[in-house]
Ligand binder design. Structure first.
Ligand code: GLU
Length: 484
């Protein structure tokens, strides 16, 4: 049997990291079993769904490289893959259920449904609809009056009163006790299907074998399996992935910072970082491996190693991982990805980035060792590009006045002035020679020198930094300090 999974986002916002992880797990599971991964847009909530959000979701998934085999843009044998284009299917399948005796039409107004609920609650009963009550509203007069106003009958599902169980591939056995819910709506009076109904029709028709999704949908599963049974259809396997929490143990939300794939992208995360991090957010590789390519994940992914307890989103780890990926990625790619951040910050123009490409390439190669997000590249580069006001603070003065430091800096200044070749080798040579006479403590000398040139005590390789700042700027900065 071919394994078929799907990611079924509602286009009502950005791609949240929880959704991105769900998409990834579905993708990995399908690829691991040489199956198919399907994208379906669940836009039945006409008020909240937007085309803009659908496009953003598609962009974000494409950026992450989670290619779908069937769905919008690529088509497939079981389309359409947008729920808003499937209304006729939902209606005709609901009619099938009516014929089977598993559903019925109701000529009832929303206010009346509300009243029934309130009455049941006030009598201390569970607020469940049933055929006996609802069919009381189905009289010939009522039909005439109701449809005369242009309303369509609501289609209700006749919920069998019995226990239901599933064996969730992550949560284990789950039983829904009889009486948990009553009859429920399949098609509303405006002709729109409800989520719990549409999802079953789609999963059935798209031949989905494994439903992998967030465990906020676990309670919906009861309604869904009842509908499968009514059709005498195969029930897919379910795998409910636990929630993602913030470091404070509360559900991950805006309050915790960036939470969407789009935001991470715009801060200069590489897609492979996000995939790697999200894979580990609830799953672990049997070999304990932490840094993994998508292909490595595909080879080892299994639902048996997905954790049933909530995962904590740790942005520090994600950042660290991104730094790691930035350092090891192809340099031409990092150069190209950095340019928009540099031009956005107006550090250099697009043209300057191209005309000084050789220099800029080297500078980015140097500073990429100390950034965790590409958006920080301009800040790190500014020391090479902007005229800098150096602060000779007390920490600097401590190193600068240490034994032999000032003399050595003076000496280096003289040697650098005479260095016409300006290569990393000659710079290093000159610094070493400068130390020969005054013999300063190396650490104090280098700290003072770095601060005098970059206004910072720490940073990437100092010789390369000096080389990239350029001779004229180095001389200018050293001149100020030797005259202190
Ligand atoms: N459209 C639902 C959501 O975005 C997903 C439903 C499902 O995976 O069954 O939460």
């Amino acid at each position: 049997m071919e394994i078929r999974t799907r990611f079924a986002p509602s286009p009502t916002g950005f791609l949240h990291v929880g959704g991105a992880r769900t998409a990834l797990y579905n993708y990995l599971f399908a690829r691991r079993h040489n199956g198919k991964f399907i994208l379906r847009i669940e836009d039945t909530d006409v008020e909240r769904s937007t085309k803009e959000s659908e496009n953003q979701l598609i962009d974000a998934l494409t950026w992450m490289g989670l290619e779908w085999d069937e769905g919008p843009q690529v088509g497939g044998d079981y389309g359409p893959y947008r729920q808003s284009e499937r209304n006729d299917i939902y209606l005709s399948k609901a009619k099938e259920l009516i014929e089977k005796g598993s559903a019925y039409e109701a000529y009832i107004y929303p206010e009346e449904l509300e009243q029934i609920k309130e009455k049941l609650l006030s009598e201390g009963k569970p607020p469940h609809y049933d055929y006996e009550t609802i069919s009381g509203y189905d009289t010939p007069e009522r039909r005439k009056e109701y449809t005369g106003k242009g309303n369509k009958p609501v289609i209700f599902f006749k919920m069998p009163r019995k226990d239901y169980s599933i064996n969730d591939l992550i949560k284990g056995p789950v039983t829904f006790k009889e009486g948990a819910i009553g009859d429920f709506i399949l098609i509303r009076s405006n002709g729109q299907p409800t989520y719990n109904y549409a999802v079953v029709i789609d999963d059935m028709q798209m031949k989905i074998t494994h439903v992998i999704r967030g465990d906020d949908h676990l309670s919906n599963t009861l309604r869904q399996i009842a509908v499968y049974e009514a059709f005498e259809a195969n029930v897919p396997e379910f795998a409910h992935v636990s929630m993602i929490l913030g470091p404070d143990g509360k559900k991950l939300s805006k309050r915790h910072g960036a939470t969407s794939a789009e935001e991470f992208r715009s801060r200069g995360y590489l897609p492979e970082t996000l995939l790697n991090y999200l894979a580990l957010l609830g799953w672990s590789n049997p070999d304990g491996k932490e840094i993994m390519s998508v292909n490595e994940m595909i080879e080892s992914f299994g639902l048996d190693r997905v954790n049933s307890s909530p995962a904590i989103f740790d942005e520090t780890k994600l950042k660290w991982m991104n730094g790691n990926y930035i350092r090891n990625a192809n340099m031409e790619r990092i150069f190209n990805l950095s340019v928009p951040f540099i031009t956005e910050e107006k550090l250099l123009t697009q043209e300057q980035c191209q005309t000084s490409k050789k220099w800029l390439y080297e500078a980015i190669e140097l500073v990429r060792t100390s950034v965790e997000e590409l958006k920080d590249i301009p800040k790190e580069l500014s020391v090479f590009i902007k005229d800098y006001e150096i602060e000779y603070d007390s920490e600097f003065m401590e190193y600068f006045t240490a034994q032999g430091v000032k003399e050595t800096i003076k000496e280096a200044y003289t040697l650098i002035q005479n260095d016409d070749s300006w290569e990393s080798e000659t710079i290093l040579e000159n610094l070493k020679n400068a130390m020969k006479n005054a013999k300063p403590q190396k650490k104090s000398f280098y700290l003072a020198l770095r601060k005098a040139l970059t206004n910072q005590f720490h940073g990437p390789d100092l010789v390369k930094t000096i080389h990239l700042i350029g001779r004229a700027r180095v001389i200018e900065r050293l001149e100020k300090v030797v005259n202190l």
